[in-house]
Design a protein around this ligand. Sequence first.
Ligand SMILES: [Zn+2]
Length: 261
Amino acid sequence: MIFETHAHYDDEKFDADRVELLSHLLRENNIGNIVNVGATFKGCKESLALAEAYNDVYAAIGIHPEEIDEINEDVIDWLRKNASNPKVVAIGEIGLDYYWVKEEDQREEQRLWFERQMDLAEEVNLPVIIHSRDAAEDTLNTIRKYNNRHVKGIVHCYSYSKEIALEYVKMGWYIGVGGVVTFKNAKKLVETVEAIPLEAIVLETDCPYMAPVPHRGERNSSIFLSHVAEKIAEIKGVSVEEVEKVTYQNALTIYDKANKR
Ligand SMILES: [Zn+2]
C-alpha cells in the first residue's frame, strides 16, 4: 500500500469524483492514508473538512508563500487552534517561492511568514511541509535554524541538487518525490533519488498537478503514484513492494499523529 503524503483533493478539478475517490476508489487502487494539504486559508478549512469526513484522510494546515497576502495574526490563531485536532498531522504547506517574486521586500515578507509558521509548528509540536522554489539557500538556512529547535518535516516536490538533499537527510528530514521523477528531463531528481537512502523518501502527488508519465499533462490523482513507486524501485534496484513498505513507514514516522491513531 502507498501513503500519499501530499494531495489537494479540495481542488475544483475533483468536484466530479472527489467522493468516489476518497470513499473507496483510492483504497481499491492500493492507496492507504492520504494527507490533504492546505495552501490557502480556504484550502486549510476544506482540508480539515475532508479529514473529518473520511477515515483515511488527514489534514495539513498552513499558508503557502504565494498566498501570504491573506495571512495575518487571526489566521495564525486559527491555525494554532486547529493544530490540536487529532487529524491535523502537519503545518503546511509553508516556505519560500522566489520564482515570480523579484523584489527584496516581498521576499522578506515571505521569510517573515515562513518563520512565523515555523514558530507555530514548534509551539504546537507538529512537523512541517515545505514548499521551496528558487530559494534553496534561504530555505536551508531557515530549516537549519529550526532543526536545532527540533522542528522536522518534508521538503515537498523536491527540485534542488542531490548535495542539498543530503544536507536535509543528515538532519533527519524527508524528501518528497512525485511525478517529476518519471519525466524525461528529470535528471537532477533521479540523481537525488540515487544519492539519498530510501529511508528518507516519501511519496506524493501534489495532485491535481504533476501527473507522472504515462499520464503527463492529465489531471493527477493518488492512483498514479504506482508509476512513481515503480520509477523509484528501478532507480534504487529494489522491488516496488520494498519502496511502498519503506516509504509508508517513513510517512508514519514523520506524520506521527497518523501513526498513533
Ligand atoms: Zn502542494
